[in-house]
Ligand binder design. Structure first.
Ligand SMILES: Cc1ncc(COP(=O)(O)O)c(C=O)c1O
Length: 481
């Protein structure tokens, strides 16, 4: 591809559509210089879309020009919509006089954002620190809990996803992410999610923190029961343990409240925030904590225990402040609640109509998941949905669960478009079921189909064959013209 094309992309997004040959070149270069395996994985699941014309709830595939509704949103980064003009204006304005700023320096931009953010936080959470990203925020909160309590043990949940940095990876509850890097940080124990007695059995006066996602995202959209969170709060109060909520995916209106913890009324001691904190426009992340001596004393005595030059930058804080104002002004939490219940209701109807495909529908607000009967149905549905103008990905830790995490600015008409697309995708899935389901009844074949690596290889082959057929048909078409 000529360099001109990249220059053009920068100047006018309207022009950013690629020919098939150019897309192949981009992919070949991506594979060569960035990640061949990832490319294969994306292709297998029909997720190999080149995003362009990002606007509101949609983007276009630069290779086909097809419009897609974004139900993935980079797992919750675009709550305020793609390429949000108001947030971009805030960045533009900040760029006129600011850069990132020197880290750890006092700054009115950091201060303005912090003041607004803690005003929205539950209970007596009125302190914050910055971090460079989600994993870094998780590292910071585990250090904070260990440093403040002087204890070592951390309790996390099975299939939890907290990131890939040191402490965060150690708190990740899926072997898949951890296996090549053992030994990780010591002192981490894992218990089943939503199981209070398992926590009770593990928690002690050696426990520094219990960390949970109020709605598990990558694990496959599991909502924490209010009683479970209440029970965790009680255990933590009884034993002097820090309760940490990872709200990196659930924050900023995603579940129908500003923070997911508000549904239960349970106030954690410490919270992590990232992703939609800056509307998908400029990186930022935060750690929030309660106004309790054990935490404030520790931070005051150790002010540089977790610094970041990029987290809480002046530019990032201007953008993040605008995100908060935008969510409030447009009452997006209420919208997420309303649109979420419309979508969830429709998904439950579809589940009843398609018992051989959908096992369960779960979630809260616009953090919804469909669990399919078989794992291999996740990639199949991603493909079917993409063909119907919907970009939806299956969960990282549970391929049988597809997440629907649309921008929370979504309108009723757009939700209905998604529902119609899911209905159409299910119809096309049914055509394949007479072949897939009998095969899946044979345990050895089912295990094979449900194996992530085999899925990638198998679906890659199917994709190669599809691409070959497509090319063949096009060649015939050209000859006939
Ligand atoms: C719940 C949760 N915690 C932590 C992280 C890690 O964030 P990052 O990728 O910014 O390190 C993620 C990212 O997907 C997440 O969803």
């Amino acid at each position: 591809m000529e360099d001109d094309k990249f220059q053009m992309v920068r100047k006018t997004v309207e022009a950013y559509l690629l020919t098939e040959k150019e897309k192949t070149q981009v992919e070949a270069l991506f594979g060569r210089h960035i990640n061949k395996g990832q490319l294969k994985y994306l292709k297998a699941g029909h997720l190999d879309v080149l995003e362009t014309h990002r606007q509101g709830v949609r983007f276009k595939d630069a290779a086909t020009g097809a419009e897609m509704i974004d139900c993935f949103t980079s797992a919750g980064c675009f709550n305020v919509g793609r390429h949000n003009k108001e947030i971009l204006e805030a960045l533009d304005e900040a760029l006129e006089c600011l850069d990132m700023g020197s880290y750890n320096m006092v700054s009115p931009y950091k201060m303005a954002f912090a003041k607004k953010l803690v005003s929205l936080a539950p209970g007596d959470i009125n302190h914050m620190m910055f971090a460079s990203g989600g994993g870094d925020a998780i590292d910071g909160v585990i250090k904070l809990a260990r440093g403040a309590t002087g204890r070592k043990e951390i309790i996390s949940t099975i299939k939890a996803y907290h990131g890939h940095t040191g402490f965060a990876l150690s708190a990740n509850g899926k072997e898949h992410y951890r296996e090549h890097f053992e030994p990780l940080m010591p002192g981490f124990a894992f218990v089943p999610f939503n199981d209070l007695s398992a926590v009770k059995a593990k928690a002690s006066k050696d426990t520094a923190a219990i960390i949970v996602e109020p709605v598990q995202g990558e694990a496959g959209i599991f909502v924490a029961d209010d009683d479970y969170l209440r029970g965790l709060r009680q255990i933590c109060d009884d034993l002097g343990i820090m309760l940490i909520f990872d709200e990196i995916q659930t924050g900023f209106g995603r579940t129908g409240k500003f923070f997911a913890s508000e549904h239960s009324g349970i106030v954690p001691d410490i919270m992590t925030l990232a992703k939609s904190i800056a509307g998908g426009i400029f990186p930022n992340a935060a750690i929030l904590y309660r106004d309790i001596d054990i935490l404030t004393d520790y931070v005051n005595k150790n002010p540089t225990f977790h610094p970041s030059y990029s987290g809480g930058s002046d530019l990032g804080c201007c953008v993040s402040l605008k995100v908060l104002e935008f969510i409030e002004k447009d009452r997006l939490c209420e919208n997420a609640e309303k649109m979420g219940s419309r979508l969830k209701g429709a998904l439950i109807d579809l589940m009843r109509e398609n018992p051989k495909i959908i096992k369960e529908v779960r979630g809260r607000g616009l953090m919804l998941g469909i669990e399919y009967i078989h794992e291999f149905m996740g990639p199949m549905m991603s493909d079917a949905l993409a063909k119907n103008g919907v970009f939806a990905a299956y969960s990282g830790n549970a391929p049988q669960v597809m997440r629907f995490m649309l921008p929370i600015i979504v309108t009723q008409e757009e939700i209905d478009e998604v529902i119609n697309a899911i209905r159409a995708a299910l119809k096309s899935m049914k055509v394949l079921l007479p072949f897939a389901l009998p095969a899946a009844r044979i345990p050895a074949i089912r295990d094979m189909l449900n194996n992530e690596h085999i899925q990638t290889v198998l679906f890659s082959w199917i994709r190669d064959i599809e691409d070959m057929v497509k090319k063949g048909l096009k060649a015939i078409e050209r000859r006939l013209q």
